[in-house]
Design a protein around this ligand. Structure first.
Ligand SMILES: [Zn+2]
Length: 170
């Protein structure tokens, strides 16, 4: 069984770092469970709105988040204002089964380990270091995959110039 990214998934994926985009595009060809991209890049304002979920006006004010974003009655969805989603260094993926997202959390992580396996294999193939939120001990974030903090695509220009400087075969 092979899967393909939907139009909506592709549109969300277009907002993230090219290296992460390539990893997801490869992962969809390797995965044993279909998945969708539910979130790509976020603006700082979008992150602040998410931060307001599950927090009081006072808690928001303490972190410089507009009090209007406070929604203390809702479940918390994020633990940081410094998300790697800002700047397009993270994506959220979710298993897609029988026409819908499969949130089942049997075994705690549900079907996500199968997505993570495909993402790891794709990242290894492409030499892109990624981190899966499902591995976080205190607050696992199953849908979340991000580029390793501080990593960016290396510059290969030196390697290329070295190759060119070698003597041609006689
Ligand atoms: Zn995320």
């Amino acid at each position: 069984m092979t899967f393909a990214l939907s139009t909506a998934s592709r549109a969300r994926l277009a907002t993230v770092h090219p290296a992460l985009r390539e990893v997801v595009e490869r992962a969809i060809t390797l995965t044993t469970v279909d998945f969708v991209v539910v979130q790509g890049n976020r603006t700082r304002d979008e992150q602040m709105r998410l931060y307001g979920q599950g927090r009081t006006a006072q808690q928001c004010r303490a972190e410089g988040v507009p009090e209007a974003y406070a929604q203390p009655g809702r479940a918390r969805v994020t633990w940081t204002l410094n998300s790697n989603h800002i700047g397009g260094r993270a994506v959220d993926l979710a298993p897609y089964v029988d026409g819908g997202i499969e949130w089942d959390n049997s075994g705690r992580l549900g079907l996500w380990p199968r997505i993570a396996e495909a993402m790891r294999a794709a990242a290894d193939d492409l030499n892109v270091p990624i981190v899966w939120g499902g591995d976080w001990k205190s607050t696992p974030d199953r849908p979340h995959f991000e580029l390793a903090r501080g990593w960016d695509r290396p510059d290969f220009s030196n390697v290329v110039s070295n190759v060119r400087s070698t003597e041609p075969f006689a």
